[in-house]
Write a protein that binds this ligand. Structure first.
Ligand SMILES: *Cc1c(COP(=O)(O)O)cnc(C)c1O
Length: 412
């Protein structure tokens, strides 16, 4: 008989911008027995999850459901289902995930225009609006919280401008949903993609999305073209532009999530349990209380880092609450610091991408990972690790500064 080692992942303190620690209630939910995907008990869990998603996205949209796959699958489902080849799409880019949106829009055959902001900053809404008036796109696609740079783009003015011009605004809120406010209806966002493994503290594997009737019409129009139902309405020479994905076709997925329950794929039963439990945790805590909690631990972390003499990266006026970027001091090997944090203290923080590689560390304070124990543990460990790497520090100041923030109460 062959033997393999027991699975025994080490307990970790995960302070990256995802995946983050999973709430034990979510892990327990995932261990329940499977239900068939058309079992009325299961379909009523699906309906409950849709309602919880509407509340989390702050929307009255009919459509709010998860796409099976990581967050990227939700982004791809929305873009491939709404954008037809040849559509004009504007992608304002201010970090790595903006480039991802550009790439996916390109693969949809769109005519894409981009505007770029220096990393560490976000757009003045007027800059985006001027680009809209210049390029006249059918869609604007952009990131709400850029985890690569730790910045948050204000969206309300852009949303209003898009609505006034009949442009659809598609937003990547993967890193922000459940951690900082995302006002789908209030900001006039037409389609929003969230993530599970960030502020919702659920393992990666589902992408919650929501979209409104205007977005739905785009997907359904292509469904009709595909089925040849457009008939006489089609112009001579019209190109048939069916949605170029089966798995990620929202017009089919929504039939599966509707009372029709038309079979599409096999639902990820255990992941749906996880999502429902994760959303239940969010709504029980309350969105507002949850945002206050994320701001509190951000403040404590930043106070600690600054007391330690660390410098933070990026424009502070648009800092993303749930990701704090720290400049690596000159002469310090950032990867060696990360290794020591993991090996000696069981803490994981993130490195960075592209132009920021080797220049900053990124610390996530998201969801279940966003708590006092983790922040204090990281600050103490970080200080000790930096001293071991030859950095001169005011010893003990970091934890004291964070404690002072905690003692001063829970106001943001
Ligand atoms: C993490 C992240 C993604 C990608 O999510 P996956 O689950 O890895 O597919 C997309 N956008 C942003 C802003 C992210 O932070």
């Amino acid at each position: 008989m062959r033997r393999f080692a027991d699975l025994s992942p080490s307990p970790r303190t995960i302070l990256t911008p995802g995946p983050v620690e999973v709430d034990p209630r979510v892990l327990r939910a995932m261990s329940h027995s499977i239900l068939g995907q058309f079992d009325p008990e299961f379909t009523s869990l699906m309906n409950e999850t849709m309602q919880m998603l509407r509340e989390t996205f702050v929307t009255a949209n009919v459509w709010a459901y998860p796409v099976d796959g990581t967050s990227r699958s939700g982004i791809e489902a929305v873009l491939v289902s709404l954008i037809s080849p040849g559509d004009r799409v504007l992608v304002p880019i201010y970090g790595r995930f903006g480039h991802l949106l550009h790439e996916i829009a390109d693969r949809c055959g769109a005519e894409v225009a981009t505007i770029e902001k220096e990393w560490g900053y976000v757009f003045d809404p007027e800059e985006v609006i001027a680009a809209i008036d210049d390029f006249r796109p059918a869609f604007v696609v952009m990131v709400h919280g850029e985890t690569s740079t730790g910045r948050a783009q204000p969206l309300a003015d852009i949303g209003r401008a898009c609505r006034e011009r009949g442009v659809l605004l598609i937003v990547d809120a993967v890193a922000t949903i459940g951690g900082v406010p995302v006002e789908t209806d209030g900001w006039m966002l037409d389609a929003v993609v969230g993530g599970t493994q960030k502020c919702l503290s659920i393992p990666a594997g589902m992408a919650p999305i929501t979209y409104n009737a205007a977005a739905e019409r785009k997907a359904l129009a292509r469904k009709r073209i595909e089925k040849g139902l457009l008939g006489a309405a089609a112009e001579p020479g019209d190109v048939l532009r069916p949605i170029r994905s089966n798995y990620l076709d929202l017009s089919q997925l929504q039939d599966y999530w509707s009372p029709l329950r038309l079979n599409h794929h096999t639902e990820m039963t255990s992941m749906l349990y996880a999502l429902r439990e994760g959303l239940r945790l969010v709504l029980e805590e309350g969105l507002e209380a949850r945002f206050v909690r994320h701001r509190l631990h951000e403040r404590a972390l930043m106070a600690g880092l600054e007391a330690m003499g660390m410098r933070l990266y990026g424009d502070p006026s648009c800092k993303l609450t749930v990701v704090t970027c720290v400049l690596i001091p000159d002469g310090v090997d950032g990867e060696s610091v990360r290794s020591m944090l993991l090996e000696a203290f069981g803490i994981e923080i993130a490195s960075s991408f592209g132009p920021l590689r080797g220049r900053i560390w990124r610390i996530g304070t998201m969801g279940y990972s966003c708590n006092r124990k983790n922040v204090l543990h990281l600050l103490g460990a970080f200080e000790a690790t930096l001293v071991r790497h030859g950095v001169t520090l005011p010893a003990g100041e970091a934890v004291q500064a964070a404690l002072t923030v905690y003692e001063s109460g829970e106001q943001p």
